[in-house]
Write a protein that binds this ligand. Structure first.
Ligand SMILES: Cc1cc2nc3c(=O)[nH]c(=O)nc-3n(C[C@H](O)[C@H](O)[C@H](O)COP(=O)(O)O)c2cc1C
Length: 336
C-alpha cells in the first residue's frame, strides 16, 4: 500500500520525538494505532561519519512499517547522501526536519533555520528528492517568527518538488513551545495548497484530533505529547472518525505488559526501568493521586518493583475519567 493510501486509511500519526520515539516506543505506538511511525531527528552528518549512536537511532523492525527516518542537516548534498543510505537500509520514506528550534541546531543553519531562506528550502528539497525513489516528506514550523510565517510558500515549493506531504507544527520558531498551536493558520495553508497537509500541536484527545481533521479538511493529524498522556489516543480517534465511540475500557496493565515486552526486546534492564517509570508517570497525568504516585515511582529500584507500584495505582483508577491537563506545561521543549 502506498504511504498516502496508508494516511487515507488512518490519518492519525505519532509525531517524532527525540529521546522518546526510539525503536521500542515506535513498535509500541504503532501497535496502539499510529498510522505509521517516524524516528526522532537523526543527524545527516552523523550518518556520514557512521557513528554507532546515530545508526541506532534509525534502526527499526519490519513490524513497524511504514517507518520513516527523519533527517536534519544544513548541507543538501550530505542530507541527500544520508537519505539515500536510509533508503538502502529499507526505510519506507525520509522526513526532513525543518522545525527544530534548538539553538545548537539552528546556529548551523539546520532545523527551523532553513525556513528563513526559501531558496535554500527549494535546493534542499530538489537535491534530496533526486537521490531517492522512496517518498520524501517534511515537518516544519509555521515560520521563523510570526511576522515571517511562510508555511504556505514552503508548501507550494514542496508540491512543485514532488514531496508527499508537509506536516506543520502550528507554532513559529520564536514561540518555542509557548502559546498555542495556530490551527487556523494550518487550515489556511491547507485550503490554499495542493500538497497533502498534516496538522500538529496540542492535541490531547481522539475527539479533538477528529474535530481538527474535519474542520480544517486536513490529510492527517500528528500527535506528540498527547499520546504520552493517553496511549489510546490513536484508537480513540479512529473509532470516532469511523462513526463509533472510543472504548471505555482502559486496561493499563495490558498496555504496560505491551510496553515492557518491547522494552525487553530492545533495551537493557537499566533502561527498561527508566523508561517504564517515565511512561508510568506520564500516563498518570490527569488522574487523582498522580503526584504521590510519581513520588513513589521514583523510589522504585527494579522493574518488578516499578510494576508493583504501577499495578497498585492504575487498578485504583477503574472507571475514573482522565481530567483535562491542557495547561500543565508538559514537556515544553523538543526538536520540532
Ligand atoms: C521531547 C520532544 C522531542 C521532540 N523531538 C522532535 C524531533 O526529533 N523531530 C521533530 O520533528 N519534532 C520533534 N518534537 C516536536 C513534536 O514532534 C511536535 O511537533 C510538538 O511536540 C508539538 O506537537 P504536540 O503538541 O502534539 O506534542 C519533539 C517534541 C518533544 C516534546
Amino acid at each position: 500500500m502506498s504511504l498516502l493510501q496508508q494516511l487515507k486509511n488512518n490519518p492519525f500519526v505519532c509525531a517524532p520525538m527525540a529521546g522518546i520515539t526510539d525503536i521500542a516506543f515506535r513498535a509500541f505506538i504503532r501497535e496502539m494505532g499510529s498510522s505509521f511511525v517516524i524516528t526522532e531527528l537523526v543527524s545527516a552528518s552523523g550518518i556520514e561519519y557512521g557513528g554507532e549512536r546515530t545508526l541506532k537511532l534509525m534502526a527499526f523492525e519490519d513490524s513497524q512499517r511504514p517507518v520513516g527516518v527523519q533527517l536534519f542537516g544544513e548541507s543538501p548534498e550530505i542530507v541527500a547522501k544520508a537519505a539515500r543510505f536510509c533508503q538502502e537500509q529499507g526505510a519506507d520514506f525520509v522526513d526532513l526536519n525543518f522545525g527544530c528550534p534548538v539553538s545548537k541546531v539552528v546556529k548551523k543553519g539546520a532545523g527551523s533555520a532553513i525556513l528563513k531562506d526559501l531558496k535554500a528550502v527549494e535546493q534542499m528539497f530538489r537535491t534530496v528528492k533526486s537521490s531517492l525513489s522512496i517518498p520524501l516528506t517534511v515537518k516544519i514550523r509555521t515560520g521563523w517568527t510570526y511576522e515571517q510565517r511562510n508555511a504556505l510558500e514552503l508548501a507550494n515549493i514542496a508540491y512543485q518538488e514532488g514531496l508527499s506531504w508537509v506536516a506543520i507544527h502550528g507554532r513559529d520558531r520564536a514561540q518555542a513551545y509557548k502559546g498555542k498551536a495556530d490551527w487556523e493558520y494550518i487550515g489556511e495553508v491547507k485550503s490554499k495548497s495542493k500538497i497533502p497537509i498534516l496538522g500538529n500541536g496540542d492535541i490531547l484527545s481522539g475527539r479533538q484530533a477528529c474535530e481538527r481533521l474535519e474542520k480544517y479538511n486536513l490529510d492527517g493529524v500528528m500527535i506528540g505529547r498527547g499520546c504520552l498522556k493517553n496511549p489510546w489516543i490513536f484508537q480513540d480517534a479512529m473509532a470516532i472518525w469511523q462513526g463509533g465511540s472510543p472504548s471505555e475500557n482502559r486496561d493499563f496493565m495490558a498496555v504496560f505488559a505491551k510496553l515492557k515486552g518491547y522494552l525487553e526486546s530492545f533495551t537493557d534492564e537499566r533502561l527498561q526501568q527508566i523508561q517504564l517509570k517515565k511512561f508510568a508517570s506520564w500516563f498518570s497525568a490527569g488522574y487523582p493521586g498522580s503526584a504521590s504516585f510519581r513520588k513513589k515511582l521514583f523510589q522504585t529500584k527494579s522493574v518488578d518493583h516499578t510494576l508493583e507500584e504501577v499495578q497498585c495505582f492504575y487498578q485504583s483508577l477503574k472507571g475514573i475519567q482522565q481530567a483535562d491537563t491542557s495547561d500543565d506545561g508538559f514537556l515544553m521543549g523538543g526538536h520540532g
